[in-house]
Design a protein around this ligand. Structure first.
Ligand code: NAD
Length: 428
């Protein structure tokens, strides 16, 4: 295969990255979305999401005419060799993945697809979705392939172009291999398998990461109770190559657009086959406990009473490097604080605008002004480099709660403030 004609439906984090990267690999790509304003902006080269390298790839694709943006999937697919579904699959009723967008696209394009065109699911979908799409299409000349995406927000382009692996699964193995060929220039290990296994890989991987994070947060809690230091413990664990260093940092609980909905969806999938996935539900419960522990730490730092406490938050995004607020643990903590009557001011280098219940400011030092406590919720490195002595002067109180163990406790102490992290001894 030299260059394939590809349609990508959905131009969010996954769809836009897929479209722009496949165009950069030499394919002829049309990206489709229902959001007309977004398509108009993209066609003019304007990218709303914060992803290094993405805007440049979009501009290059537009200039080379390998990439175009249109509204209306039905017409766009008329001469496609392959159609990628990259639409949302949010948490639906009962915790299952909501497949309405996937089904809507399948129904929309059904009669417009040319014979032999391969339908490729990149959205995260439950086991059995490939079969469900085939039923919806009601045609036997259209192979369906599951090709789950593993990119991370904030490094989406680098992850797409340098993946740890590519997974393609279908009951039509020729179609799966054809999809794998689209990526041949990436030289990544490729797993070619059946549809159900490919669909399960994505949930199995994401839920493993959620369990790992919940485990580390539990160990951090043990450290606090036993007088140990989580940074030393995870350093010691991380040297073990069977464990690895990634996803070993404690924090305010995991969140973002994927882990909460994917853990919920896999629990729902397990339930559908009467499997009690106690390990995973414990990880989900632990994540809620972690949030409660953070709230207790903040309450403790203001003398136990959150109502009318002035709280400055550093960070709102679910992790550094993104402006995505979906299911952000920082936002969840903020909303609990607001519900207790605290006066919350927040700053995030990538987030502006208004958020309910709190004041969002555009300068880190403004969150410190008259604050009883300053809380770090997102691991933006620039927070380390703030002038903490100046923050100390601006604050009414002297407490810093660092839910990411990001700051240098010595620098905080030198500023006349106290420092409390996660799983580490308090410093004052
Ligand atoms: P997103 O919300 O950023 O983007 C989805 C896009 O699809 C939006 O632009 C929306 O307007 C569009 N859309 C919705 N319905 C449509 C329709 N009927 N026709 C055409 N366009 C439509 O979503 P995302 O974060 O890119 O996630 C997409 C899928 O990829 C999800 O299943 C998600 O679980 C999975 N995924 C996401 C990530 C991630 O880090 N965000 C990583 C891997 C996999």
């Amino acid at each position: 295969m030299s260059s394939a004609r590809i349609v990508v439906v959905g131009t969010g984090y996954v769809g836009l990255t897929t479209g722009a990267c496949l165009a950069s690999l030499g394919h002829q790509v049309t990206c489709v979305d229902v959001d007309k304003a977004k398509i108009a902006r993209l066609a003019a080269g304007r990218v709303d999401i914060m992803e290094p390298g993405l805007a440049e790839l979009v501009t290059r694709g537009l200039t080379s005419r390998r990439l175009s943006f249109v509204v209306g999937a039905r017409d766009a697919v008329a001469d496609a060799d392959g159609v990628f579904l990259c639409v949302p699959t949010p948490m639906g009723a009962g915790g299952a993945a909501d497949l309405r967008a996937v089904e809507a696209v399948a129904a929309e394009i059904r009669d417009g697809l040319p014979s032999g065109c391969t339908l490729i699911t990149k959205s995260t979908v439950p086991v059995g979705t490939s079969a469900r799409i085939r039923d919806l299409l009601r045609r036997d000349d259209l192979p369906v392939v599951s090709n789950p995406e593993f990119l991370r927000e904030g490094t989406a382009v680098a992850d797409f172009l340098g993946p740890d692996r590519i997974v393609v699964g279908s009951d039509d193995l020729d179609a799966a291999r054809w999809v794998a060929e689209l990526y041949r220039d990436l030289a990544a290990p490729t797993v070619v398998t059946d549809a159900a296994s490919a669909e399960l890989v994505k949930y199995a991987a994401n839920c493993f990461l959620a369990i790992k994070l919940s485990y580390v947060n539990s160990i951090a809690e043990l450290c606090e109770r036993l007088g140990a230091d989580i940074d030393a413990v995870t350093d010691g664990m991380g040297h073990d190559r069977r464990i690895g260093r990634s996803f070993l940092r404690p924090g305010p609980g995991w969140g973002g657009s994927c882990l909460p909905k994917d853990t919920s969806a896999l629990l729902n999938i397990a339930e559908s086959v009467r499997f009690d996935f106690g390990l995973l539900s414990a990880a989900v419960d632990e994540n809620l406990f972690q949030r409660d522990r953070i709230i207790s730490k903040i309450a403790g730092a203001v003398g136990g009473n959150l109502s009318a406490a002035r709280i400055g938050l550093l960070g709102l995004a679910f992790k550094a490097g993104t402006n995505d607020l979906r299911d952000s643990p920082a936002l969840a903590v903020a909303s609990v604080l607001c519900a207790h009557g605290a006066e919350v001011t927040a700053y995030d280098p990538a987030v502006g605008g208004e958020l309910p219940g709190m004041t969002v400011v555009d300068d880190a030092y403004r969150v410190a002004k008259d604050a009883d406590v300053v809380v770090v919720l997102t691991e933006w490195q620039e927070f380390r480099r703030l002038d903490w002595a100046h923050i100390g002067e601006l604050m009414a109180g002297d407490a810093v709660v660092d839910t990411r163990n990001l700051l240098d406790p010595g620098a905080i102490l030198d500023a006349g403030l106290s420092w409390q992290g996660i799983g580490r001894p308090r410093r004052q």
